[in-house]
Design a protein around this ligand. Structure first.
Ligand SMILES: NC(=O)c1ccc[n+]([C@@H]2O[C@H](COP(=O)([O-])OP(=O)(O)OC[C@H]3O[C@@H](n4cnc5c(N)ncnc54)[C@H](OP(=O)(O)O)[C@@H]3O)[C@@H](O)[C@H]2O)c1
Length: 226
């Protein structure tokens, strides 16, 4: 897959971290912020391959768009971009949002999670990705640790959309991990809320995961690359 054109909705920590990696990889970026000044500043930081715009322009730009804003802002931004009239139908939308509220509980409750709600509102090809780890980790160049590159779980229903996001994962120096269809994005969102709860209370969840070989009862170890 050659250079891509990616819209980035948001100008905060996630937009900056992922945008920097994708700019380094040679992709063309449109940074959409509600604050023109913040969009201009981030686009300037990302370099000549990035230009500023509005959230709607980013949602409609190029091959795919990353939603990197507060969960509560998403529905309004989709509306503004014409979701109700089908403007986002078939687009590849990458959802990294976490709808985590007080007590580290999901504000989406028992209902469909963030990614499935975005898919229902737009008819877009939504891939849940990049939500499970902190912006400070995505900002590492690359996020590779003693036992190897960070694995990035992806949930989505469309193979072409998943292939595109796998490319963006590898551009970060990470390993894509196929984690099922969009119906499993709720699990990824809940898992992340659980992890955030541990991290924010100063507890490291890493030792909670046994080596794969121990679970499988075989010699195989490590993560299977998608
Ligand atoms: N930070 C992390 O470690 C992390 C990790 C994984 C996933 N996430 C998720 O990624 C998303 C972005 O997080 P972040 O850390 O990048 O947040 P952030 O640094 O606080 O940035 C939030 C962005 O959302 C924009 N925004 C908020 N309300 C808006 C609205 N009503 N309309 C338009 N834009 C709006 C902000 O614009 P203004 O600057 O103008 O307010 C800003 O650009 C969140 O859903 C978060 O849960 C975060």
């Amino acid at each position: 897959m050659g250079p891509l054109r990616i819209g980035i909705v948001g100008t905060g920590a996630m937009a900056a971290a992922l945008g920097a990696a994708w700019a380094r990889a040679g992709h063309t970026l449109l940074v959409g912020g509600r604050s023109p000044a913040k969009a201009e500043a981030l686009a300037a930081r990302l370099g000549p391959g990035a230009r500023p715009g509005t959230p709607s322009q980013a949602l409609l730009f190029g091959d795919a768009a990353l939603l990197a804003v507060d969960h509560g802002a998403v529905a309004g931004l989709l509306d503004d971009a014409g979701a109700a009239s089908g403007a986002l139908r078939g687009r590849v939308l990458i959802d990294c949002t976490n709808a985590v509220g007080p007590g580290f509980l999901l504000t989406t409750g028992e209902g469909p999670g963030a990614a499935r709600t975005i898919a229902a509102a737009t008819g877009a090809r939504v891939v849940k990705a990049f939500n499970h780890s902190a912006a400070s980790v995505w900002a590492l160049d690359p996020p590779v640790f003693a036992d190897g590159p960070l694995a990035v779980p992806l949930c989505g229903d469309d193979e072409a959309a998943l292939a595109l996001v796998r490319t963006l994962v590898r551009d970060l120096g990470c390993i894509p991990l196929d984690a099922g269809g969009l119906d499993r994005a709720d699990q990824l969102e809940a898992m992340t809320a659980f992890l955030i709860g541990l991290w924010h209370t100063g507890q490291d969840p890493r030792p909670m995961l046994p080596p794969f070989a121990a679970v499988a009862g075989t010699d195989r170890s490590g993560l299977r690359e998608a």
